[in-house]
Structures are given as structure tokens and as C-alpha cells.
Design a protein around this ligand. Structure first.
Ligand code: ASP
Ligand code: MG
Length: 421
């Protein structure tokens, strides 16, 4: 007997029939003798619908009192889907009970709309499990030290599930979703992309942070920190498929680097269209330039990703970096109005039509020449590289957005990732 956490995404919970399917699947696991905890998302579209109602009444305001109410509101989506799942399980003849985050409680800090989980009390849940109940816990939410309802940020149910699995020391956390696993790259861009049977936790972290939208990145960080075995699998298989077969399907996120290292040097190609580039031109090349530019950017709470500083010429240099599209205007204005005049820079220019493409693989640690294969492949396709950044297990390049698909496809082939038909 194992303690298993299942997480079901919004699409999997999208209608009464789908909820019934989830209930039948969960009942199958429980009847096989496992202790089951289920963490559902809101029914698909529900969180958007709720937040849409709020913005009809008042446009987004940077006020804590407003964000507090957004969390009160958005958290109801998961409360409804959890209760519906409990009802469906009961109608399958199972003993089931649902809890909102605050009832467990799932304790978080007070950052409304992007709260972080601090601790999870397992007493109540364990009591139910020991009494043979299936326990359903709302995803995406918790309670702060003052007793306010908080939410964890969009896609946060993944993180709830992994955190609950960690708190209960579950044997595995299964993330059921509308795709059947983690792919070498987005199959919509490269039809030859293949599903990975396993991916290391570190690779998954890179892929999740690089824009592969399968999992909320914080859930992967949590899994890494607490060594929670985690699997991504499809909720669209028939609910009554053989349990052992289901338990091995999808993609397992592993902590062991075993034989995999010898197999593929590059495990996946990730990409991100969501960044923009800013260049500060003609800054005097003196000590403190990077701090002078990036300090105020960090103070404004704007995250910076890839950075380059050009070689200086006549005592002047150009400095470029990327930020999220959502922060682009704010960063540009800050640099134009405050930073550039203070540093004596000649100009600040921006470009939103860029994309970042990255090759990811723990095999890169033990192989040389991987990055150069990447650069050669791109040059053969006539793709100009604007910026480069590397870490132990990934190399990223920033290119013109219009070459994104070409770049991803050619790299996928060059690193031997295409599916053999
Ligand atoms: N319902 C929330 C959202 O749509 C959380 C989740 O689904 O993970 O973002
Ligand atoms: Mg999701």
C-alpha cells in the first residue's frame, strides 16, 4: 500500500462527465489499496471567468486590499471543483471528503495572488486517510498568518499537489493533465518531438523555467527540495486501463542520473517568446556599469535574464539584457528617464521581437562541443545569434523571433531528438 497524490488540471475537471471520470480513476487506485489524496484545479476557464468579473467591476489596482479580494474570489474555483469531485466519489460508493486550503491548513505567506507555501499540517488529512477516506484538497490556495485566504499564482495547483505530497511523504505525486508527458520540445512546433520516459529533476527545472508550460516551475523546485517523485501523465486515457500500466505511463521526473547520462547529451529544446531585449548604448566603460544599470532594475522588482556587455571602444560600451515582456515598458521607461541620464549613456533601445532558444541536458556536463554544435547548426540555417548564456546543463541563445521555429526544428534534428518513425 502506498500513499499517492493525484493532481488533475482544469481540462481534466472541465465538465461533470470529466469529473466523473476522475472519480472513477481515483476509486480504482483506492480500491487497489492505496491511500489517496487528490488535488484538483478549478474547472477549465473558471479562474479566468472569476478574475474577468473582478476586472469588469474595477480594473486591476496595485493595492493589497484589491489583491486580497482577488484571492477570496479565485480560490472559489478550486473549492467548487473539489466539492464536486467529493460528491462524484461518494456516488461511486467511496468515502470521500474535500477540504479548502484553510481547513487543512496549508499555510502561506501574505503575498496575495503569488503566495508561497510555508507549511502544511498533516494531522487532519492523516486522520481521514487512516479512516479509509479519499481526501480532496483544493489546489492553488492557502491561508496566511492573519487568517486571510491566499492563492499561489496561476498554475499553482501543481505546486499545491507537490507540497502536499512532500508534507505527507507520499510515495509519488502524479500530475494528470491534457498532455501525455514531457516532450523533447513542443510537438506543435516540431511534430517529430517525442515523449521522454524520464527526465531528471534538474532538466525539468530548466525546461519549466524556459517556457515549457507543462508544470508550474515552483512545483518542480518543491519536488527537488523535498525529493518528491513526480510523474506527468494523461488524464485522457480510459479510466479503467490497467493500473500498473497507468502507473508507468507519462514522464517520470527522476533524481537519479543513472544510465541516462550516456544516452542523450541533449534531452530537450526549450524556447520562450515571452522576453524582450533592452540595450543601453554608449555607456562609459567604468567599474560599476553593470551595477549602475541592473541595480535600479532589480530595485523595481524586474527580473533580468540573459545579459551581455560588449567590448568597449573609445571608453564606451553597450550593455544589453532581456526581461519578461510584461516588464518591458516599465524597464524601458526606467532606463530612459532615470538610469541613462545618470550614467551618461547615449541611448536606450528595445526589441520585443526576440525569442530565446535553449538546449538542455545533464549530459552536457560530461561532453564537450555541445554548444558549438548548436552555434554551427544555427549558422548553417542563417540564424543570427544576438546573445548567449550558458549554465552547466543548458545553453541559451537569443535570436530574432521570426527564426524561432526554424531554429528549434534544426536543433531538434541536429541533436538526434527526432522520433524514429
Ligand atoms: N485555477 C488556477 C489557474 O487557473 C490554478 C491552476 O489551475 O493550477 O491558474
Ligand atoms: Mg496547469
Amino acid at each position: 500500500m502506498a500513499l499517492i497524490v493525484h493532481k488533475y488540471g482544469g481540462t481534466s475537471m472541465g465538465s461533470p462527465e470529466r469529473i466523473r471520470n476522475v472519480a472513477k480513476r481515483v476509486a480504482k487506485w483506492a480500491r487497489a489499496g492505496h491511500q489517496m489524496v487528490v488535488v484538483p484545479s478549478a474547472m477549465s476557464g473558471e479562474t479566468n471567468r472569476l478574475l474577468g468579473l473582478a476586472s469588469e467591476l474595477a480594473p486591476s489596482q496595485a493595492k493589497s486590499s484589491y489583491y486580497r479580494e482577488l484571492d477570496m474570489l479565485a480560490s472559489t474555483g478550486e473549492q467548487a471543483s473539489s466539492a464536486l469531485l467529493a460528491i462524484a466519489l461518494q456516488s461511486e460508493g467511496m468515502d470521500a471528503i474535500s477540504y479548502a486550503g484553510w481547513q487543512v491548513p496549508v499555510r502561506t505567506d501574505s503575498s496575495y495572488t503569488k503566495a508561497r507555501i510555508e507549511s502544511i499540517d498533516d494531522v487532519r488529512v492523516r486522520g481521514d486517510l487512516d479512516a479509509g477516506r479519499v481526501v480532496i484538497i483544493t489546489g492553488f490556495q492557502g491561508i496566511d498568518p492573519q487568517g486571510n485566504v491566499t492563492t499561489l499564482g496561476r498554475g499553482g495547483s501543481d505546486t499545491s499537489a507537490v507540497a502536499i505530497a512532500a508534507a505527507l511523504k507520499a510515495n509519488e505525486c502524479l500530475i494528470y493533465t491534457d498532455v501525455d508527458g514531457v516532450y523533447t520540445t513542443d510537438p506543435r512546433v516540431v511534430p517529430a518531438a517525442k515523449r521522454l520516459g524520464t527526465v531528471s529533476f534538474e532538466e525539468m527545472l530548466e525546461m519549466a523555467s524556459l517556457g515549457s508550460k507543462v508544470l508550474q516551475i515552483r512545483s518542480v523546485e518543491f519536488a527537488g527540495k523535498y525529493k518528491v517523485p513526480m510523474r506527468v501523465l494523461s488524464s485522457f486515457t480510459p479510466w479503467d486501463i490497467d493500473l500498473d500500466e497507468e502507473a508507468k505511463s507519462g514522464t517520470l521526473i527522476t533524481f537519479e542520473e543513472d544510465e541516462k547520462m550516456e544516452k542523450a547529451v541533449v534531452s530537450g529544446i526549450a524556447f520562450n517568446r515571452g522576453e524582450a531585449k533592452i540595450s543601453v548604448l554608449g555607456v562609459p566603460d567604468t567599474p560599476g556599469i553593470a551595477a549602475g544599470i541592473l541595480g535600479p532594475v532589480a530595485d523595481a522588482n524586474i527580473e533580468v535574464d540573459v545579459i551581455i556587455q560588449n567590448i568597449s571602444k573609445d571608453g564606451k560600451t553597450d550593455f544589453s539584457f532581456t526581461v519578461n515582456q510584461g516588464d518591458y515598458q516599465r524597464a524601458l521607461e526606467l532606463l530612459r528617464d532615470k538610469v541613462a541620464p545618470a550614467l551618461g549613456a547615449s541611448e536606450v533601445v528595445g526589441n520585443q521581437n526576440i525569442a530565446k532558444v535553449s538546449i538542455v541536458g545533464i549530459g552536457m556536463r560530461s561532453h564537450v562541443g555541445v554548444a558549438s554544435t548548436m552555434f554551427r547548426t544555427l549558422s548553417q540555417e542563417g540564424v543570427n545569434i544576438q546573445m548567449i548564456s550558458t549554465s552547466e546543463i543548458k545553453t541559451s541563445v537569443v535570436i530574432d523571433e521570426k527564426y524561432l521555429e526554424l531554429a528549434v526544428r534544426s536543433l531538434h534534428t541536429a541533436f538526434g531528438l527526432d522520433k524514429s518513425e
